[in-house]
Design a protein. Structure first.
Lengths: 533, 314
C-alpha cells in the first residue's frame, strides 16, 4: 500500500483543476469574463428541458432544390439545341428529369453531342471521383432524351442548399434578437434549431416557414389572364396569384426575372401616408438595373413577387435612379416588419419543413430542476448513510470518493461545456448507485482476502489489485452501452448518455486512485493488527 | 465500526445451480409472454415513435377535463387523449398523428391552441408542446432498435476478446432476456414507450452486463485456481463468493433509483420505473441465464462435469 508520489500529485492536481472548473458555474457571466485567462471559463449548459425553450428540426425540401435546377436546365437545353438547328417537342420537367423528344430521331447522336457540351465534369471529391459529370443523359432510338442529375450532383446541390439555408436561418433568428440560439446541421438535409427561453415558437416557425424569394417582373399588360389560364397564352409569360386584398386576383407576368432579392442590401419597415410599407435599397449593380428598367418602362406595371405571389404591382411613374424603392401592399405593422426581416436575411434556397418540434415552457423546466435536485439529494443522502452504516470507516472513505466523483462529473461537464438535461440528472443519480459498486468490489475483495488468513497489508494490496481487473471489465461494458446511446440518441437522451459515460470514467478514476490513497493513508497511520471490513 | 450486520453471511453456499430448471422455465415464460403481449397488445407508443402531438397545458383553475375532451374531440382530429398531469390544473393532451404530411400536423396544433383559447380564455399556459412528424417517428424507431442491437453486438465482441466465446454468448443471452423482461413490463403496464424507454433499456443492458461481468470474472479466476472442480460447482462457488457484492450494489443502485422514482417528477417516472425493474432482472439473469449458459456450452469438458465426486480443493 505504498502510493507512488506521482500518483498522489496526479490526484491532487485533478482535484484542484476540478474545483477550478466548478467555479464558473456559480458566478455570474460578468464575473467569469473578468477572470484571468488561464482559468477555465466554461460552465455546464442547461438543456432546453430544464431551462425551457424550443427545438425545431427542419428539413430542406431536396425535391424543390432538384426541381429548381431542372427548370434552369430546360433553358440551357433550349439554348444548346437552337444553334445546331435540332428540332424537338415536349421539352419540360417530368418527375426528377428533363425530357424532350426529337422531331427527327436520326439526329439523336448530334443532339447528344450538343447536350454533352452543357454537361460539365464535377470537381473531384477525393481520389478518382473526377470523372463524374453533373448530368446523366440517356437517348433512345425513337428520339426521346432524358436528362437527370447524377447522384453526386444531386447530393452536392442539396448539401449546398442546406449550407446556405443554415446561414439564412441563422440570420433570420439573429434578426429576431434571440440570444444563444443554436443552429446546427443534422444529417444530410436537416437543420436543428434550438432556441432557449422562447415561449412562443410560432413566431420562429412563421419566420422560417417562408422561403422569401423576392423577384421583380414586368407585367404583361397586353395578355388576357383567361388566355393563359386556358393554356393559350404566348411563350414566356406566367400566371401569378395576387397576395393583395384589392385589385386583380391574378397577374400575367413575364417569366424573365428583371431583378431579385439577391440585389438587396437593406430593407426596413416604415410608414408612408400612415400605412405600413417596406422600404428597400439595391446594391450598385441592382441600382443600375433598376434605373434602366424604370427608365425604359415608364407608365408600365412592375410586379414585386414574393414566394410565387404578387405582393404589389405599382405603376412606374418616373425613372428611379437612386436605387431604393418602397413596397406597399396590404401590410400590417407586424407583417411589414416580418417582410423586412426576411428580406434583410435573404432567401432560402428551398422551402423548409418543420418535422419535429419540442417546446418546454420555463415553468415546467423549473419544476424539473427542482424535482431533479430533490431526487439527487435524497439519493445521495440515502447512499451515503447506507454505506457508512454498512462499511463503517471504509464506508466513509467510499462516500468521500463518491462526493469527489460528483465534483469530477460536474467539472468534466463544465470543461466540455456539456449539456445537462433531466435524463442527464437521472444519469448522475444512477452513477451514484453504481459509483459505490467499485468500492464495494474492493471492500468485499479485501474482506475475502482477510478471511483466507492474509495479514491486513497483504489483504489490502491483493484486494485492490484483484478488484481492479473486475472494475475495469465491468465498467467498460457499461461504457460501451453508454457510447452507443450517445451516438444514437438525440436531445435529452444524449444528455443521459453524456453523464453516464463521464460518470463511468470518473468512477474508475476515483476507485483506483482516490480510494486507494485514502485507505493507504489510514493504514499507515492506524497500523491495524486486523481489518474489520 | 460496522453498524449493520453483513447482508450476506460469510461463506454462503447456496446451491443456485440446482434450481436452474425452475429458473429456465420462468425465463422462458417471461420471454414468450413478452412476445405474445407485443403481438397482441403492443406498446403504448409515445409520440417519439408513433408521431403525433403532445401538449401540456396549465389552466388558471382546476381543469375542466370533460369539457375540454368534448371540445377537442369535436375538432375532427381523430383520437384525442386527455389526462391530468400531476396536479388538477395540469392537462396532458395527446393527439394521434394526422393523416397527411408535416404541415397537416402543424395545422392541427394551431387548431387545438385556437380552440383552447376560445373555450378557456387567455389564462392558459403551454408548459410543453411537442410534435413529431411521421418521418422522424419512423427514423427514431429504427435508430432505437439499432442502438440496442449494436450495443449487444459490441459487448459480445468485447467479452469474446476479454474472456472466451462462451462468456460472450452467456452475457448476451442474459441481456436479451432482460430486454424482453423490460419490454413485458411496458406491454403489461400502460407506461408510455418512448425514446427514454430505449435509454432505460440500454441502461439495464449496461447494468446487467456489469453484474454478469463481475461474476464471470470470478468464474474465470476460479477456473484457473480450481483446475478440476466440476463446472456446476465452480459456478455456484463463484456466484456465492460475489453474492455480497451483488446484493450491496443492487441495493445502493436500487436506493438511488427509488429516490429518483419518488422525487424525480412525472417526466422521468416511466424511465426510472423501467430501470428499477430492470436492475432486479439484470441481477437475476446473471445467476440464472448467463452462468448456466457456461455449463451448457461446455466451458469445461463434460467428463469433468459428470464427476460429482470430484475433489474440492481450496
Amino acid at each position: 500500500m505504498r502510493i507512488p508520489a506521482w500518483k498522489r500529485w496526479l490526484v491532487a492536481v485533478v482535484c484542484v483543476v476540478a474545483v477550478l472548473a466548478l467555479v464558473p458555474n456559480f458566478l455570474s457571466r460578468e464575473t467569469v469574463d473578468r477572470l484571468p485567462d488561464f482559468l477555465p471559463k466554461n460552465h455546464v449548459v442547461l438543456g432546453l428541458d430544464l431551462q425551457g425553450g424550443s427545438q425545431l428540426l427542419l428539413e430542406v425540401d431536396a425535391k424543390a432544390v432538384v426541381r429548381d435546377r431542372l427548370e434552369q436546365l430546360v433553358g440551357e437545353v433550349r439554348a444548346a439545341l437552337r444553334p445546331a438547328q435540332i428540332g424537338y417537342r415536349g421539352l419540360g420537367v417530368q418527375g426528377e428529369a428533363v425530357v424532350l423528344t426529337l422531331t427527327d430521331p436520326s439526329k439523336l447522336d448530334q443532339a447528344l453531342a450538343e447536350l454533352a457540351k452543357i454537361n460539365p465534369l464535377l470537381p473531384a471529391a477525393g481520389f478518382g471521383a473526377g470523372s463524374i459529370r453533373e448530368l446523366v443523359i440517356e437517348g433512345q432510338s425513337d428520339g426521346r432524351i432524358r436528362l437527370a442529375l447524377s447522384e453526386r450532383a444531386r447530393d452536392d446541390r442539396v448539401s449546398a442548399a442546406v449550407t446556405q439555408s443554415l446561414e439564412v436561418v441563422r440570420r433570420r433568428i439573429d434578426e429576431l434578437g434571440t440570444r444563444e440560439a443554436s443552429i446546427q446541421r443534422q444529417g444530410v438535409d436537416r437543420i436543428l434549431v434550438q432556441v432557449p427561453g422562447e415561449r412562443n415558437p410560432e413566431a420562429i416557425k412563421r419566420l422560417l416557414g417562408k422561403t422569401a424569394r423576392l423577384t421583380f417582373h414586368m407585367v404583361a399588360m397586353e395578355v388576357d389572364p383567361a388566355e393563359v389560364r386556358a393554356g393559350r397564352g404566348p411563350a414566356g409569360v406566367m400566371l401569378v396569384e395576387s397576395a393583395e386584398r384589392s385589385g386583380p386576383r391574378e397577374w400575367v407576368l413575364y417569366r424573365q426575372v428583371e431583378l431579385s432579392g439577391e440585389n438587396l442590401v437593406d430593407a426596413q419597415a416604415t410608414f408612408q401616408n400612415n400605412e405600413p410599407v417596406v422600404s428597400f435599397r439595391f446594391d450598385s449593380q441592382g441600382a443600375r438595373k433598376f434605373a434602366r428598367i424604370t427608365q425604359e418602362n415608364v407608365g408600365k406595371l412592375f410586379a414585386i413577387v414574393l414566394d410565387d405571389k404578387v405582393i404589389s404591382a405599382p405603376r412606374i411613374r418616373e425613372p428611379i435612379l437612386g436605387g431604393s424603392g418602397i413596397i406597399s401592399g396590404s401590410f400590417t405593422t407586424e407583417t411589414a416588419n416580418e417582410l423586412a426581416v426576411l428580406l434583410r436575411a435573404g432567401a432560402l434556397p428551398a422551402p423548409l419543413t418543420v418535422i419535429e418540434e419540442r417546446t418546454v415552457g420555463p415553468d415546467l423546466g423549473a419544476d424539473s430542476i427542482r424535482a431533479g435536485v430533490i431526487a439527487s439529494i435524497v439519493a445521495l443522502v440515502a447512499v451515503i448513510v447506507f454505506m457508512v452504516l454498512y462499511y463503517g470507516l471504509f464506508g466513509v472513505i467510499a462516500d468521500l470518493a463518491l462526493l469527489l466523483n460528483l465534483v469530477l462529473i460536474v467539472a468534466v461537464m463544465s470543461l466540455l461545456g456539456a449539456t445537462l438535461t433531466l435524463p442527464g440528472i437521472a444519469g448522475i443519480v444512477l452513477t451514484m448507485g453504481m459509483a459505490v459498486d467499485s468500492n464495494v468490489l474492493i471492500f468485499e475483495r479485501i474482506h475475502e482476502e482477510v478471511r483466507t488468513g492474509r495479514t491486513p497489508l497483504s489483504a489490502l494490496e491483493t484486494g485492490f489489485d484483484e478488484a481492479l481487473r473486475t472494475i475495469v471489465d465491468a465498467n467498460l461494458t457499461t461504457l460501451i452501452a453508454g457510447a452507443v446511446l450517445f451516438q444514437f440518441g438525440t436531445g435529452p437522451i444524449k444528455g443521459f448518455a453524456v453523464t453516464l459515460v463521464i460518470g463511468v470514467i470518473t468512477t474508475m478514476f476515483t476507485a483506483v486512485t482516490v480510494t486507494r490513497i485514502m485507505v493507504a493513508a489510514w493504514y499507515w497511520r492506524a497500523r491495524p493488527a486486523q481489518l474489520a471490513v | 465500526m460496522r453498524v449493520l450486520p453483513r447482508i450476506v453471511p460469510d461463506g454462503t453456499n447456496f446451491p443456485f445451480f440446482r434450481y436452474r430448471h425452475w429458473a429456465f422455465a420462468a425465463s422462458v415464460v417471461v420471454i414468450v409472454a413478452a412476445i405474445v403481449m407485443m403481438l397482441v397488445r403492443g406498446f403504448n407508443l409515445g409520440i417519439d415513435f408513433a408521431g403525433g402531438i403532445l401538449l401540456e397545458v396549465k389552466t388558471p383553475g382546476p381543469a375542466r377535463l370533460a369539457e375540454m375532451r368534448t371540445m377537442l374531440g369535436g375538432l375532427g382530429l381523430g383520437e384525442v387523449a386527455l389526462q391530468e398531469a400531476g396536479s388538477s390544473d395540469l392537462v396532458l393532451i395527446r393527439v394521434v398523428r394526422q393523416p397527411g404530411d408535416e404541415s397537416a400536423q402543424q395545422a392541427a396544433i394551431e387548431k387545438i391552441k385556437q380552440a383552447l383559447e376560445q373555450g378557456f380564455g387567455p389564462g392558459l399556459d403551454y408548459r410543453r408542446a411537442e410534435f413529431v412528424g411521421p418521418k422522424v417517428g419512423e427514423e427514431l424507431r429504427r435508430a432505437g432498435t439499432l442502438a440496442v442491437v449494436i450495443a449487444l453486438v459490441l459487448v459480445l465482441v468485447y467479452l469474446w476478446f476479454r474472456f472466451e466465446w462462451q462468456f460472450g454468448v452467456g452475457a448476451i443471452l442474459a441481456c436479451v432476456h432482460d430486454v424482453f423482461a423490460v419490454l413485458l413490463v411496458f406491454t403489461v403496464s400502460d407506461l408510455e414507450f418512448n425514446l427514454s424507454s430505449i435509454a432505460a433499456i440500454l441502461t439495464v443492458v449496461g447494468y446487467s452486463l456489469n453484474d454478469t461481468v463481475v461474476v464471470f470474472d470470478r468464474v474465470r479466476e476460479n477456473l484457473r485456481r480450481y483446475k478440476s472442480l466440476p463446472i456446476d460447482q465452480l459456478i455456484d462457488k463463484s456466484v456465492n463468493e460475489t453474492l455480497a457484492r451483488t446484493v450491496m450494489t443492487t441495493a445502493t443502485t436500487f436506493l438511488a433509483l427509488l429516490a429518483l422514482y419518488l422525487f424525480g417528477g412525472p417526466v422521468i417516472q416511466g424511465f426510472t420505473f423501467a430501470m428499477l425493474f430492470g436492475i432486479l432482472v439484470g441481477t437475476y439473469s446473471t445467476t440464472y441465464i448467463a452462468a448456466p449458459v457456461l455449463y451448457y456450452l461446455k466451458l469445461r469438458p463434460a467428463a469433468l462435469t459428470a464427476g460429482e465426486s470430484a475433489p474440492r480443493p481450496g
